[in-house]
Design a protein around this ligand. Structure first.
Ligand SMILES: Cc1ncc(COP(=O)(O)O)c(C=O)c1O
Length: 486
């Protein structure tokens, strides 16, 4: 049978070959230890050159999926599908909670930007994957051509050219919008903060995913609101039945979720669920605060639509930024605020005032150069490979009963360790070896993820990082042995 690869403007051909092999492994047609099809055979079958297949096999070997044997060809690594995927978890507390982390965040993140620490504890891709030079050129060019504009205020809603460029980015996502709908913010964090403050007040209940991005819990803590954690499926996101049940008994003021690639699970809500979520909230006139920072770093063939694209009632506040795709330090984010637009603009003006002008102008210049889309294609491919390799490395070095997420985008893995492992103990011991990780307890107000870690795979798997995973595996095994002995 000849299977032809449909050329995709999006993907490199060898990337398509890798997907084909991965699919054969996933559906069991290729088992651990099996010989992969020969270069010649696959090149004929898929209608691509031998060099393309060869390049794909070398990449798969680098990710630990295939192993080359001299004079014999490529074989599926024996450990390849022994990776246990994170199972569904259904033990959320069903009660809204005050968030009380206090100093814990500060203690854990006091080393976050120490360059000597292996950055498994952060959640950004390495600058090696970012277009540092072109962005530098764009910044210098704006500074020399428009020095006064760069140094002056650029008040909300922010630079028009930048907002127009952001509109372009949504073009293929069926989201109806114009530059007037966008308010530029200092990163997605400010967008989320403004959104929460606009739709809720102290004491109000906010429904969130479980696990959820810890900075969301931190905002809820600082604003004196209550977090209601809703079961979240590792593949399909927030459980809508559980949310509906919660609505029956509680006065939920807003839902805050990442339908497109959550942090830490990396789950992607199916399109029909997004539509259902938006409709469910519209019926109750409850706003959805959508955190879409990972929306452009998906691994599938097609760009997922933001929940905002289903919003006929202007009830969705969609927050995003360039932190995961270009430059977190530029602090450029935005919110599509629907009916709350004026309130958010006023609140920003009154509290955080303007976002950095030079960074807004530089982003606009870079985006209009047309390089961003090409960069995103490369970034998505790199992150997918980084994640695959990370799953393999963790599977190889951690105890057998470890479960690892299978993210559909982004750059982090969510790792469930055997019961008895204490993530804070592991965090402290890893730090003594200059290795950073994020302890699981930060991702729930009830601290229920005690035996979980979030591990960033956004940095190249060089010798240091590979050695750090081996060491981390050792630390996990040691703590497990000690806990079993006590
Ligand atoms: C899910 C999620 N939302 C928001 C943010 C914050 O983004 P920004 O740096 O643009 O404020 C992050 C950063 O880690 C994130 O992972």
């Amino acid at each position: 049978m000849t299977v032809s690869i449909i050329p995709q403007a999006e993907s490199f051909k060898y990337d398509q070959v890798s997907r084909y092999i991965n699919a054969l492994i996933e559906n069991g047609a290729l088992k651990p230890g099996d010989k992969a099809p020969s270069l010649r055979k696959l090149s004929k079958q898929l209608g691509v050159s031998i060099a393309t297949v060869s390049q794909s096999y070398v990449n798969l070997e680098d990710q630990g999926i295939l192993k080359a044997k001299p004079q014999s060809g490529f074989f599926v690594d024996v450990q390849v599908n022994q990776i246990n995927d994170i199972p569904k978890s259904t033990s959320t507390s069903k009660q809204p909670r005050k968030v009380r982390f206090g100093e814990l965040f500060e203690e854990i993140f006091s080393n976050a930007d120490n360059p000597r620490i292996v950055p498994f504890g952060t959640s950004i891709p390495s600058m090696e994957f970012m277009p540092v030079k072109p962005l530098t050129r764009a910044t210098k060019s704006m500074l020399s051509r428009h020095p006064k504009r760069c140094m002056d205020y650029n008040f909300p809603p922010g630079d028009r050219r930048l907002r127009e460029q952001i509109v372009q980015q949504y073009q293929h996502t069926s989201t109806r919008m114009s530059a007037d709908d966008i308010i530029i913010t200092s990163g997605a964090t400010e967008a989320l903060s403004l959104s929460l403050q606009t739709v809720a007040k102290r004491g109000d209940i906010i429904a969130v995913e479980s696990p959820t991005y810890f900075a969301v819990l931190r905002l809820i803590e600082k604003m004196g609101m209550l977090a209601l954690e809703i079961d979240t499926d590792p593949a399909t996101g927030m459980n809508l039945e559980a949310l509906e049940e919660a609505f029956d008994t509680m006065d939920i003021k807003a839902v805050l979720a990442s339908p497109n690639i959550s942090n830490p699970l990396g789950c992607l809500m199916p399109e029909e669920n997004k539509r259902e979520l938006v409709n469910m909230l519209a019926e109750r006139d409850v706003p959805l605060i959508e955190d879409d920072v990972y929306g452009s770093v998906y691994f599938g063939e097609r760009a997922p639509r933001p929940a905002k694209s289903y919003d006929l009632n202007n009830l969705v506040l969609s927050c995003s930024s360039f932190s995961k795709t270009l430059a977190p330090g530029y602090r450029i984010g935005w919110v599509l605020a629907g009916r709350y637009r004026n309130k958010i603009r006023e609140l920003k003006q009154a509290t955080f005032s303007a976002t950095s002008s030079i960074n807004q102008l530089a982003m606009a210049e870079f985006l209009s150069s047309g390089q961003y889309d090409r960069h995103l294609v490369r970034l998505r491919k790199s992150m997918r490979e980084q994640i695959e390799k990370g799953r393999y490395m963790i599977c190889k070095n951690f105890p057998e009963e470890t479960f690892i997420s299978r993210p559909q985008g982004g750059n982090v893995l969510w790792v469930e360790l055997p019961r008895g492992c204490n993530c804070i103990e592991i965090f402290n011991r890893a730090l003594q070896h200059n290795i950073g990780v994020t302890p699981g307890i930060l991702f729930s107000a009830t601290r229920r993820f005690k035996n979980y870690l979030r591990i960033n795979c956004g940095y190249p798997w060089d010798e240091t990082n590979e050695a750090a995973i081996v060491k981390l595996g050792q630390i996990v095994r040691d703590t497990l042995t000690e806990s079993n002995a006590s």
